[in-house]
Design a protein around this ligand. Structure first.
Ligand SMILES: *Cc1c(COP(=O)(O)O)cnc(C)c1O
Length: 351
């Protein structure tokens, strides 16, 4: 495949403080971009990270055909670049595309885009503890007419971004019982813009009330837990790790899947099933509940210290060396090639 390379005039890397990165602000020098013209993906190119001209009529803005992915590249202990599970992001992106009635992205374009961007901006992939290079594939509709229809023209782009550790503290969650994120038959399993727009008001309200994030529940009874705004949830009791089953309303997290597979190798039994708030309260009251944690690419694995349901709080003691931190460490060891990559999760980028 031929990709045109247009390099930036001057790198911005010298202005970046790699010791103090916040999430999603330090975009690297280049992006990968291509357009679908109704027939073919054309004009595949690496170009400088800069504003691109777009029409005010573009249909993604009006009718929301917009999807994205999030994955990370790491500089491992051998100074090699590894992308974590990109094939899974590729598959999920096309699931989102299908649900939103958008063009599928071909595998070779998705992978060449990732590889070329990692190559050209490889200096942005630092080996500082906790740092990584966040990759954000994005596709949106660019037809310019007001009739509501599935667009024929699209932009697919990949943006790269140097990031540090995402959350540093343990989370305080509000179990949401007023607003809803996703219903069966809806778009909850797709990484599509509207899901996040719909979540903002509830999240803002929860933040004002002193919570870090929302734990979404089912739309009908608000009794069965689903996930957080951008991460999945797990609970540990006895030797059992449980997580809500994917029922069309829960995003099929790649970190979720990694955690399930690793926990099994650690000797836990893992169940994906319906989990009610009542069950959680019961487990907690009978002193059986050991841990709750959230998983996602941005945050990896993060402990939850408090869960509040109609103002009733469940507080959990966060112990050192708990399962959340063991999983987080194991994942990091794999990503940095400090241990065997038994599931073949790393995708090596030759520079
Ligand atoms: C991206 C996302 C997740 C986590 O998925 P990962 O593949 O682990 O990053 C979970 N829930 C929602 C709603 C998300 O958008």
């Amino acid at each position: 495949m031929s990709i045109k390379i247009i390099t930036c005039k001057k790198s911005r890397i010298d202005k970046v403080d790699f010791q103090n990165l916040s999430f999603g602000k330090e975009f690297s020098d280049h992006i990968f971009i291509t357009e679908f013209d109704g027939k073919n993906w054309v004009n595949k190119r690496i170009q400088p990270f800069e504003a691109i001209p777009l029409n005010i009529t573009l249909s993604a803005l009006h009718y929301g055909q917009s999807i994205f992915e999030g994955l990370k590249a790491f500089r491992d202990i051998n100074n090699q670049i590894q992308i974590f599970r990109p094939k899974d992001n590729f598959i999920r992106m096309n699931k989102s595309a299908n649900r939103m009635c958008m063009q599928e992205i071909p595998e070779d374009i998705f992978f060449s885009g990732l590889v070329e961007l990692c190559k050209i901006d490889n200096k942005w992939i630092s080996n500082i503890q906790g740092n990584s290079y966040y990759l954000r594939p994005l596709m949106f509709a660019i037809d310019d007419s007001f009739g509501v229809h599935a667009s024929e023209n699209y932009v697919f782009a990949i943006i790269g971004c140097a990031v540090g550790a995402y959350y540093s503290k343990n989370l305080k969650l509000k179990v949401e019982t007023e607003f809803s994120r996703a219903c069966i038959g809806g778009t909850g399993f797709a990484k599509t813009a509207g899901n996040y727009a719909a979540s903002l008001l509830a999240t803002k309200k929860a933040n004002k009330e002193g919570y870090d994030q929302i734990l979404w529940t089912d739309v009908i009874e608000h009794k069965y837990i689903e996930e957080l705004g951008s991460s999945n949830i797990f609970l540990l009791y006895e030797n059992k790790l449980i997580t809500p089953n994917l029922r069309g309303t829960v995003l099929d997290g790649i970190t979720r899947d990694s955690v399930i597979k690793l926990a099994i190798t650690f000797g836990y039994s893992v169940e994906e099933r319906v989990i009610s708030i009542d069950e959680i309260i019961q487990l907690h009251t009978s002193n059986k509940l050991i841990e709750i944690f959230a998983t996602g690419t941005a945050a990896s694995v993060i402990s939850i210290k408090e869960l509040s349901y109609y103002g009733h709080s469940i507080n959990l003691e966060i112990k050192e060396n708990n399962l959340a931190s063991k999983l987080k460490n194991k994942l990091e060891e794999i990503k940095l090639s400090k241990t065997d990559d038994i599931f073949n999760w790393n995708f090596h980028v030759k520079i």
